[in-house]
Ligand binder design. Structure first.
Ligand code: PLP
Length: 405
């Protein structure tokens, strides 16, 4: 055991609950994680001690709130090793971060007939924004396929690149398969062909040490609510020379330098992309979540989650008729599976009655479901606060449920 799991679990009030009179087993961490008391306290403290609208007013509360908000920006910069704070844009989540790039990068750099490569394992939020942009600009989406074991066929990447390819959009970690993609290698291939890369880090940021400079990412997007932080907060990292050339995504307060009816000039980075009043308390509490995660140690968390993954995988594979989707060695703590003859939705609903929270359905990855010719799966996803005992409870309940069908 790398850390004191009992002590860690005490930090998360929601985990102390019983559901249907059974201890909660929360295995839906890929959808959203739970928050430690420290994050909940940071939200409360913001509202009780120093809440004011940031950046604009010359009074004490606004100054304090601004300072705390900007401190989180610095913490994010450090967390992902960005060169400067101007490259950290707060959004409301990964989805908004990708939409921002699809719109603004699209406006600045995409012409009719250009191409964007998107992988087959993407979440809808890294497909649909590109389709919308392609529809607007007359561009084309090209799909990078996967193998049946959940590996990206990156050996095919070069052959999919044409002289019209402008960007590759790929997830760092698949929310369904758990596959950790070789995004650094993909970035190298992209850059050697003069192409930009956007990495969807929604499933990576809480589980892997991210270094945007080492990855040489042009854009990197992630969400606070999957990192033990508040919902409604996300991050977009971008290379400065690109962000500077991209037009604003939304217009409003804060993102301007000067507004005249004859024309408007825009604020400097990152404010050019932060129109309106942001999620002030959420961003501040995200700082508390990052602090907590750093204290646990992302490497420690990842090592424990891998142990849980291996422990659960081994047990699940003893169940007759159970198939796991995504069997790569480089895999994060996500297990998607189906059991022959039992609908995934029935499995999920029955597991809930045992106090076990898993996710069922297409996981916002329809093209991936199509690849496997399925409608959906059951997905169990782990966080550092999960235990092997919980996996035992889960596997025993699953066996019981299967025996009922
Ligand atoms: N990308 C991936 C891989 C995800 O798993 C998710 C959410 O599950 C998203 C993007 C979207 O994140 P959000 O809903 O926080 O914007």
């Amino acid at each position: 055991m790398i850390f004191d799991i009992d002590k860690i679990r005490q930090d998360f009030p929601i985990l102390q609950q019983k559901i249907y009179n059974r201890p909660l087993v929360y295995f839906d961490n890929a959808a959203t994680t739970q928050r430690p008391q420290r994050v909940i306290d940071a939200l409360t403290r913001t509202y009780t001690e120093y809440y004011g609208n940031i950046h604009r007013a010359a009074h004490f509360l606004a100054d304090k709130a601004t300072e705390a908000y900007e401190q989180t920006r610095e913490m994010v910069r450090e967390l992902i090793n960005a060169e400067s704070r101007e490259q950290i844009i707060f959004t409301k989540g990964t989805t908004e971060s990708i939409n921002l790039v699809a719109f603004s990068f699209g406006e600045a750099f995409i012409q009719e007939g250009d191409e964007i490569i998107v992988s087959e394992m993407e979440h809808h939020s890294n497909i649909v924004p590109w389709q919308l942009m392609a529809g607007r600009k007359g561009a084309k989406i090209v799909m990078l396929p996967i193998d049946d074991d959940g590996r990206l066929q990156i050996e095919k990447l070069e052959s999919l690149i044409s002289n019209r390819t402008k960007l590759i959009a790929v997830t760092h970690v698949s929310n369904v398969l758990g596959t950790i993609n070789p995004v650094k290698q993909i970035a190298q291939i992209a850059h050697s062909n003069g192409i930009r890369i956007l990495i969807d880090g929604a499933q990576a940021a809480a589980h892997l040490r991210i270094d945007v400079q080492d990855l040489d990412a042009d854009f990197y997007a992630f969400s606070a609510h999957k990192m033990y932080g508040p919902n409604g907060v996300g991050v977009l990292y971008g290379k400065k020379e690109l962000l500077e050339q991209m037009p604003p995504y939304q217009g409003g307060g804060e993102m301007i330098s000067e507004v005249k009816f004859a024309g408007t000039t825009y604020n400097e980075l990152p404010y050019k992309f932060e129109a309106g009043t942001p999620n002030i308390s959420g961003v501040i509490a995200f700082g508390a979540a990052i602090g907590y995660l750093q204290q646990i140690g992302i490497e420690n968390a990842a090592a424990w989650e891998t142990e849980l993954l291996n422990y659960a995988t081994k047990q699940l594979l003893t169940i007759p008729g159970l198939r796991i989707y995504g069997t790569q060695v480089e895999k994060s703590g996500v297990i998607s599976f189906n059991v022959e003859g039992v609908h995934f939705f029935d499995l999920g609903t029955m597991l809930d009655k045992f106090g076990i929270a898993v996710r069922t359905g297409h996981h916002c990855a329809d093209p991936l479901m199509d690849h496997f010719d399925i409608q959906g799966t059951v997905r169990a996803s782990f966080a550092f606060y999960n235990t092997k005992e919980e996996i035992d409870v889960f596997v025993a309940a699953l066996k019981k449920v299967i025996s009922m069908f």
